[in-house]
Design a protein around this ligand. Structure first.
Ligand code: ADP
Ligand code: MG
Length: 256
């Protein structure tokens, strides 16, 4: 027996930056995540697709512990997710999240929306936080809106601010849950462009989306979920041209 096996000081071992092992989650009688195994490498872009109700949002929410799981383990950088306190606040900073509904703070300016987290959680100085926020707002193309309030911006602009806000925390991974689903068609592209740009710069991303153009151009891997299970996963080219499962074939038949 090697030391590592007999040692009482166990260090969690996992391969990916984010690793889910045997994850199960129920809402009452509803089994929404069924024995999920998924490992996401640093710099990888994983697109999650599947029918409504298949558990995609719950999967995302489990990864930053907005939703506790019943059984199994989720690790970030090899460490099990914390469940409370300062460690949980740090987790939420390390695992950025961009929602369908933007979720900006309505009574704070765009700039304040982006500086708040770094000031509170990362303990950045005011000047430094502002400087960094302005750089990020510049990067997503809304620096000239910094002093406005969210309601004064278009949906596409708000969602780009939400991405800047996540980036301001220097996250290890960003989860995007249908980030363009609430947008008017003409604004979808400007948000996807920011996301493609992030993907090119090796941001680790989990993206729930029905935007197959994005999946094809930016994803390293497509994960297809149905009824709480990962039914199939493959590189986008393989997945879109020759899905193997009947459920993926049916799903693609409906959306493509
Ligand atoms: P998706 O994002 O793929 O549409 P969700 O993860 O949102 O799927 O939901 C998976 C299933 O869990 C759905 O049947 C949904 O109605 C149910 N569900 C989601 N959140 C809750 C909740 N907080 N309480 C009860 N049921 C929920
Ligand atoms: Mg969802």
């Amino acid at each position: 027996m090697s030391d590592s096996v007999t040692s009482t000081h166990t260090v969690p071992v996992s391969t990916g930056l984010v690793a889910l092992t045997g994850v199960n989650k129920h809402f009452g009688d509803l089994h929404v995540l069924k024995d999920i195994n998924l490992s996401i490498s640093k710099g990888e872009v994983v697109v999650v697709i599947g029918p409504s109700g298949s558990g995609k949002s719950t999967l995302c929410r489990a990864i930053n512990r907005l939703e506790p799981i019943d059984t199994g383990t989720i690790t970030l950088d090899g460490q099990p997710l914390p469940s409370e306190g300062k460690a949980l606040a740090k987790l939420r900073a390390d695992v950025g999240m961009v929602f369908q509904s933007f979720n900006l703070f309505a009574h704070k300016t765009i700039l304040q929306n982006v500086t708040l987290g770094p000031l509170k959680v990362r303990k950045l100085g005011a000047k430094q936080a502002e400087q960094r926020a302005m750089e990020l707002l510049e990067r997503v193309g809304v620096a000239n809106q910094a002093q406005k309030f969210p309601a004064q911006l278009s949906g596409g602009q708000q969602q780009r601010v939400a991405i800047a806000r996540a980036l301001a925390m220097d996250p290890k991974v960003i989860l995007f849950d249908e980030p363009t689903s609430a947008l008017d068609p003409e604004m979808i592209q400007e948000v996807l462009e920011v996301m493609v740009d992030l993907a090119r710069q090796d941001m680790t991303m989990v993206v729930v989306t029905h935007e197959m153009g994005f999946a094809r151009s930016a994803a390293n891997r497509v994960v297809f979920m149905a009824d709480g299970e990962i039914v199939e996963e493959a590189d986008p080219e393989t997945f879109f041209t020759s899905p193997t499962s009947r459920r993926a074939q049916d799903f693609l038949g409906k959306i493509l």
